[in-house]
Design a protein around this ligand. Structure first.
Ligand SMILES: Nc1ncnc2c1ncn2[C@@H]1O[C@H](COP(=O)(O)OP(=O)(O)O)[C@@H](O)[C@H]1O
Ligand SMILES: C=C(OP(=O)(O)O)C(=O)O
Ligand SMILES: [Ca+2]
Ligand SMILES: [Mn+2]
Length: 779
């Protein structure tokens, strides 16, 4: 089946003799491409239909059943002792938001912003846009400023919702803080000669941010049960019944545009819906949001997802806004301050000037997560639906409050838009050494228990559905593979922990913040992440001591997927702006709970592609009777849940870029050693860090290698600081027979998973294709 680039140097042919070429495809088996300008756009026809006969690839997902049966129980889990006693009183009227801009009259600016918000919230079928009022209804003292738009409606009828005001909180900012910002800027300009410029930027961003955070905290604490300030100043919150993403409820509108560009059918993560159903859900979300007393729009209405082209940014240029070419202006409309603060932290924050000139958003998210979708609506299979409409540039969220849906939803949008521009979107962490050497860390999302028996889901009307969710008999628990943990490295500059782009000019972060797992977090093992949990950080689903407000990171009472979302400048050595040159090392992370993959192996290009397309990690299945066993998971491109086009399209782009820029591939097992889950143990994080250091420094390129059986992986004989015996998995298993059986079992699973990719032909040259097919396990 045709799939891939019209210009493609890369192709996957259905060669069955590929294995025969294996011997010749050692690590030097592939010549480097010398092309100068080979960032070729791959044909739009690439993705379609390619998955025929595929197994379902989208395994790395589904929402976590929360460990509570009622809302009260959920809230009681969060705190270690009694119920909260501190009365929350509304702060004395902060007055209305101050005027920071003089170019346009404040009056006019507000009127325009309110109108734009009203337009976003307008019902498309009934009355005009809602009357939008700025400010918290509880604080309002003066006459409200009202924004209102006329809307072309097929038939206008008036309902109660059109008679009420919708209160909108945005650009939450007590007047005066900006003067601090400008004061700081002044000092900054003065002391520029002595201070590193990026430190200044960090500080300025900090002050700019602070004002917004304070009010979002107040809103959360006042209106959202389960919101507390922890001992380090973070905002602890609960995400409700869903404590992980729900990829099986992620739907994409299939229309004329997406029909050709996107990957549909078996194996694809894009579950289709039609335009009409999208509009039904959109209307449902908008009606819900308008029925509320107030809405919060994060950090002002305008949150930028800023995406920068590295070429126009020399690495000393501190201005992250220098290049606007690939950024997308996103408006997030949500009911919860928690969601606003989350997106404020995770997106690239706009400057005051950008907010002033925000105009119409490029993309809008309607987050009505507290409200379920209606199962009588066509296509709906549960009370959760995350709906993407690329044509309308909108996303609607119903039935899940897990904030990660928003960030990963936008990632999906980038996975669509960027490849169309010849830019590769990556589900990877990224950091850079002092000498400018960049490393990418690919790995599957972790901590996403899979509900296996979805059929057991019995619909009970909200809010009783918590009871049902708690009763899933079987789920898979997996841990993260290490993107966030390993890219956050005290000796290197952090470019980002999760979502990047690789263009002709280098790498850039899509986001402006990090989303770290907190389970078992410790200051000793992960100091930078630990210290980033402070004022401004959103702390999801953690348990804390009611009196000391100290978080117990080992407590899994609410969920194992506890999370912290913080702005990237909370990491002391963040690289701002978050861009870097072309990667030198591409590290594929797998948490192998079978314990048979080596802690590190060097990959040739064909092997890198094989493992990139496979996207392996292992989950640990927990059953009701407490038996736990590893289960292989394959997720193409280490993120099948987020890609929009066929995996081979991204893989071909990665191969081309790695060849062109001479990047080396590595496979790092951050999982088990000395036996499978249950008998062996997880490789120590300190060892993995030593291994990663040896990759960064170039030490590992110089090592002596031996090749393994079955997978044909090249293992170094020694690494400074790591016991040599653990480098060869065979040595660490006491039961050699069990080792061989497990190795063969895993090899078989890889083979079976890859079958579906064997029939892909991209472009004319089948050479790399054959090599990739030969680069998997052979036995
Ligand atoms: N050897 C190891 N390498 C990497 N992470 C480890 C290791 N051992 C334990 N961990 C833990 O595993 C988790 C990795 O998760 P994370 O870095 O968030 O993954 P991702 O960002 O890829 O989803 C962290 O909680 C980390 O502390
Ligand atoms: C951000 C997420 O993933 P990760 O585990 O890759 O950090 C998520 O799943 O919500
Ligand atoms: Ca992820
Ligand atoms: Mn992560």
């Amino acid at each position: 089946m045709a799939s891939g680039g019209a210009n493609g140097e890369f192709s996957f042919s259905s060669s069955t003799t590929a294995a025969a070429n294996r011997a010749g495809s050692g690590r030097n088996g592939l010549p480097k491409i010398q092309t100068q300008d080979s960032a070729k756009k791959l044909s739009d026809a690439a993705a379609r239909g390619a998955a025929a006969g595929a197994e379902d690839l989208c395994y790395d997902d589904s929402a976590t059943p929360v460990k509570a049966q009622t809302l009260d129980e959920l809230h009681s889990l969060q705190k270690k002792r009694s119920t909260p006693s501190t009365p929350i009183t509304a702060p004395a009227a902060a007055g209305n938001q101050g005027a920071f801009f003089t170019a346009m009259s404040e009056e006019e600016r507000q009127r325009q912003q309110l109108q734009s918000i009203s337009a976003s919230l307008a019902s498309l079928t009934r009355e005009t846009g809602p009357k939008v009022v700025k400010g918290d209804p509880a604080r309002r003292s003066t006459a409200p400023k009202v924004g209102h738009v006329e809307h072309y409606a097929p038939s206008i009828s008036v309902t109660d919702s059109s008679l009420k005001f919708t209160h909108v909180l945005y650009n939450l900012s007590p007047a005066g803080t900006y003067s601090l910002f400008y004061w700081n800027l002044g000092i900054g300009v003065f002391s520029c000669a002595v201070l590193r410029v990026h430190l200044l930027i960090k500080e300025m961003l900090y002050y700019k941010k602070k004002k917004k955070i304070a009010e979002l905290y107040e809103q959360a604490i006042k209106y959202e049960k389960g919101s507390f300030i922890t001992s380090t100043g973070a905002l602890a919150t609960l995400s409700g019944a869903k404590t992980g993403r729900s990829p099986r409820d992620k739907r994409v509108v299939r229309d004329d545009t997406t029909e050709d560009d996107l990957w549909w059918g078996k194996g694809s993560p894009n579950i289709e819906m039609d335009e009409h159903t999208f509009m039904v859900n959109r209307e449902r979300a908008v009606d819900y949001l308008n029925s509320l007393d107030k809405l919060t729009l994060p950090s002002s209405v305008a949150v930028f997802v800023l995406f920068i082209h590295a070429d126009e940014i020399t690495h000393l240029n501190p201005d992250p806004h220098a290049c606007l070419e690939h950024r997308i202006k996103v408006r997030i409309v949500s009911a919860r301050a928690y969601h606003s603060l989350f997106m404020h932290n995770m997106c690239i924050r706009a400057t005051p000037e950008e907010l002033e000139n925000f105009g119409t958003p490029d993309f809008t998210i309607y987050n009505a997560g507290q409200f379920p979708c209606n199962r009588y609506t066509h296509y709906m299979t549960s009370s959760t639906s995350i709906d993407l409409n690329l044509g309308r540039r909108e996303m609607v969220i119903l039935g899940t409050q897990y904030a990660g849906e928003m960030k990963k939803g936008l990632f999906g949008v980038m996975h669509y838009l960027m490849p169309l521009r010849g830019i590769l979107s990556l589900h990877s962490g990224c950091n850079m050494g002092k000498d400018g050497d960049v490393a990418l860390f690919f790995g599957l999302s972790g901590m996403l228990p899979i509900i296996k028996r979805v059929a057991l889901f019995v619909f009970v009307p909200y809010p009783l559905f918590l009871r049902v969710l708690a009763r899933f008999p079987f789920c898979l628990l997996c841990t993260g593979t290490g993107k966030t943990t390993l890219s956050t490295d005290h000796n290197r500059y952090l470019i980002g922990d999760d979502e990047h782009c690789w263009s002709d000019n280098g790498v850039s972060n899509i986001e402006g913040g990090c989303y770290a797992k907190c389970i078992d977090l410790s200051a000793e093992k992960e100091p930078d992440i630990f210290n980033a949990i402070k004022f401004g950080t959103v702390l999801e689903n953690v348990v804390f001591d009611e009196h000391t407000r100290q978080v117990d990171y080992s407590d899994k009472s609410v969920t194992e997927n506890t999370r912290a979302a913080y702005p990237i400048e909370y990491i002391p050595n963040a690289k701002l702006p978050c861009v870097g040159p072309h990667p030198k090392n591409v590290i594929l992370l797998a948490c192998d709970a079978f314990g048979v993959l080596p802690p590190v192996s060097r990959l040739n290009l064909a092997q890198t592609m094989y493992h990139f397309i496979s996207g392996y990690t292992a989950l640990v299945a927990g059953t009701e009777d407490g038996i736990k066993e590893p289960q292989a998971t394959f997720s193409a491109c280490f993120g099948a849940a987020f890609i929009m086009m066929h995996p081979t399209r991204y893989a071909a782009m990665l191969a081309e870029k790695m060849q062109k820029h001479g990047a080396t591939g590595w496979l790092v097992n951050t999982g088990w050693s000395g036996g499978s889950y249950g008998s062996g143990s997880r490789i120590k994080l300190s060892y993995t860090r030593k291994i990663i250091n040896a990759i960064h420094s170039g030490e590992l390129l110089e090592a002596n290698y031996t090749k393994t059986e079955i997978f044909g992986l090249e293992i170094p004989s020694s690494i400074e600081g790591v016991p040599s015996e653990i480098l060869q998995p065979a040595n660490t298993w006491s039961d050699k027979k069990a080792y061989n059986e497990t190795l063969l079992k895993l090899g078989g699973l890889f083979k079976k998973n890859f079958e579906v990719f064997a029939n892909h032909k991209i472009g004319k040259d089948g050479k790399l294709t054959e090599q990739i097919l030969a680069a998997g396990p052979v036995f």
